[in-house]
Design a protein around this ligand. Structure first.
Ligand code: SF4
Length: 364
């Protein structure tokens, strides 16, 4: 094979599947459903990278990876409570590209494209291929805003997925942010180490390091199978370069809504030195009801994991309150409302502080 043919074969292999016909041809979707899938793809972005396609068991009609990335006709039906901007970004956006919800930190939405498009995405109305990065003028405006607000201690680079940008472009933004004296922490939210681990090159890792500032990466991963050999190597590259990696997981029906799967995911992450940070209750994004659990189900799962897996494997279960009011931990709670009884991981309750006779009986 000539060098040019070899190169084009590599390029072809790395192209994500974007059209329903391509998903059908790859054995990832049923040809009989193609017209429904085309209607979904006309409404919401679709992309399945080779790394993700490789994780899908084509013989399993309920495959948990396929469920996250292959479009479903149910996405066309929005519930009354669902909304285009479920976590209220718009209400807290003082300038283009910035969301300033909490006093000491901002989101900097650098780009509205991603390596893959998750079927439950909370920003599904705004992300998609070709939506592009912030214009140079908007980026200047966003950096000016951060520079003019000395209470901003942390900047969270998000989108979309900032790691679809080139190392050069990302490195330039990181340098500009690091040069702002009051910004001390730079955090990047990404799905790239799982969805396109080959993108985690030495140059991209270097771009994420910021002189004299702490930089963190928060990896979005939802199923233990996502922690493939490639994903593990990508995380190791970041961590070995001195960039701590945390994870966020979205609780999804039919994907990870059982204690065994969630426990296996959190253990796999910790084994890769990635600390599980958040378990998100799925947001009220349009057309995602079939993927959402109830909060009671999420609390029962967290309760099942408590004590069963190490404390290192326990993220906070959180809800982004619709309207933009921020994240709140949503339990479960182990302390009685009067603060006098506490429940252990086996479900037994204990008085706190213990009664003197309890203390004595334990001392004997
Ligand atoms: S990677 Fe994040 S922003 Fe992109 S589609 Fe998935 S959830 Fe949405």
């Amino acid at each position: 094979m000539s060098a040019i043919r070899k190169k084009s074969a590599v390029r072809k292999k790395q192209n994500p599947l974007r059209r329903p016909a391509e998903l059908v041809a790859a054995g990832l979707a049923d040809g009989e459903r193609i017209s429904a899938l085309q209607a979904v793809a006309a409404r919401y972005a679709v992309a399945v990278t080779p790394a993700i396609a490789d994780l899908i068991d084509r013989s399993d009609p309920d495959d948990p990876i396929a469920r996250q990335f292959v479009p479903d006709a149910r996405e066309l039906h929005a519930e009354p409570a669902e909304r285009g901007d479920p976590i209220g970004d718009d209400a807290f956006s003082p300038v283009e590209g910035i969301v300033h919800r909490y006093p000491d930190r901002v989101l900097l939405k650098l780009v509205n494209a991603c390596a893959v498009y998750c079927r439950f995405c909370f920003r599904r109305e705004t992300v998609g291929p070709g939506r592009g990065a912030l214009s140079p003028r908007a980026l200047e405006g966003a950096l000016d805003y951060i520079g003019a607000n000395p209470q901003i201690w942390e900047v969270i680079l998000t989108g979309g997925d900032p790691l679809v940008l080139s190392a050069r472009r990302l490195g330039e933004v990181m340098r500009r942010l690091a040069a702002i004296d009051h910004v001390k922490v730079l955090r990047v939210h990404t799905r790239v180490p799982v969805a396109a681990p080959e993108r985690m090159t030495a140059a991209l890792v270097r771009a994420l390091r910021a002189d004299d500032k702490a930089s963190f990466v928060v990896l979005h991963a939802n199923h233990p199978r996502e922690m493939s050999k490639g994903a593990r190597a990508a995380c190791a590259r970041l961590i070995d370069a001195g960039i701590p990696v945390l994870s966020q997981t979205v609780l999804l029906r039919g994907v990870n809504d059982d204690a065994e799967t969630l426990g296996a995911l959190f253990r796999a992450l910790v084994e890769c030195r990635v600390k599980p940070y958040y378990l998100h209750h799925a947001d009220l994004a349009p057309g995602t009801a079939h993927l959402r659990t109830t909060i009671a189900e999420g609390q029962a799962l967290m309760r099942a994991l408590r004590g069963r897996v190490s404390g290192l494997c326990q993220p906070a279960y959180v809800l982004d309150i619709p309207g933009g009011y921020g994240k709140s931990p949503i339990g479960p709670n182990y302390l009685s409302p009067d603060g006098e009884m506490v429940e252990d991981f086996n479900g037994r309750t204990h008085r706190y502080p213990p009664q003197p006779d309890c203390v004595r009986s334990r001392e004997r």
